[in-house]
Design a protein around this ligand. Structure first.
Ligand SMILES: C[S@@+](CC[C@H](N)C(=O)[O-])C[C@H]1O[C@@H](n2cnc3c(N)ncnc32)[C@H](O)[C@@H]1O
Length: 208
């Protein structure tokens, strides 16, 4: 388990580079929109990994990061230092965020709800820590529609993805879970030219 975590943290930046290039423009627009609407000062990221999203944060925000894989921490710290972001690393998991209710302005989570053990509980926690008027910025790969060939492939590939991809599930209907927790969700569905994990959603969910 520890070896797999260490290996995942080591290989992830290289493996995710293509994905990041494919979504960078979309992310830039999404972060711009979130910053314009919410004007966040305290930003929490769940599962930031090596700090993929720090490139989209302006210097000056208080950046809280909840990353349970310790092998990502050195790279995350280095990224934050290079970008002049004040980083606070939080212990724990998204299913039990160690922060008081209504204490952050923006929660960021990209490619995370596929990996958490309990996505409903994680979303409950995201909702709890957001202040009213705050937003959750998400970008996730999701399940293909039921009874399609891609969905069959995703179901078949899930055990492999979970084992080698640090708990990743390609077959989660994540947007439905987000809509079940937040009453105002602005989301876009899109497909990337990737095998198995092509279908994606991205957007903002607001706490009213
Ligand atoms: C596929 S990586 C995504 C990293 C980064 N967010 C990105 O977009 O490149 C999934 C991340 O979620 C983290 N993670 C897994 N389970 C988690 C949980 N229960 N709570 C918070 N983070 C979790 C992993 O450690 C890893 O950093």
């Amino acid at each position: 388990m520890v070896i797999r975590k260490r290996l995942f943290a080591r290989l992830y930046p290289g493996l995710s580079a293509r994905h990041e290039a494919l979504v960078a423009e979309r992310k830039r627009a999404l972060f711009r929109r979130a910053f314009a609407e919410v004007r966040p000062r305290r930003v929490l990221e769940i599962g930031p990994g090596p700090g993929t999203n720090l490139a989209y944060l302006p210097p000056g925000v208080a950046y809280l990061a909840l990353e349970p894989n310790p092998f990502f921490h050195p790279r995350l710290r280095e990224e934050a230092r290079k970008r002049g972001l004040a980083l606070t690393l939080l212990p724990g998991r998204a299913e039990a965020i160690p922060l008081p209710g209504e204490s952050v302005d923006l929660v960021v989570g990209t490619l995370v709800l596929c990996s958490v053990a309990d996505p409903e509980k994680a979303l409950e926690e995201v909702y709890r820590v957001l202040r009213p008027g705050g937003a959750y910025l998400f970008l996730e790969h999701v399940a293909a529609p039921k009874r399609t060939p891609l969905r069959f492939l995703q179901e078949a590939a899930t055990p492999l993805f979970t084992f080698f991809g640090d708990g990743c599930h390609p077959n989660r209907e994540t947007l439905a879970l987000i809509r079940a927790r937040f009453s105002r969700v602005e989301a876009e569905a899109f497909a990337l030219p990737l095998p198995v994990v092509a279908p994606h959603v991205a957007g903002l969910a607001f706490k009213e």
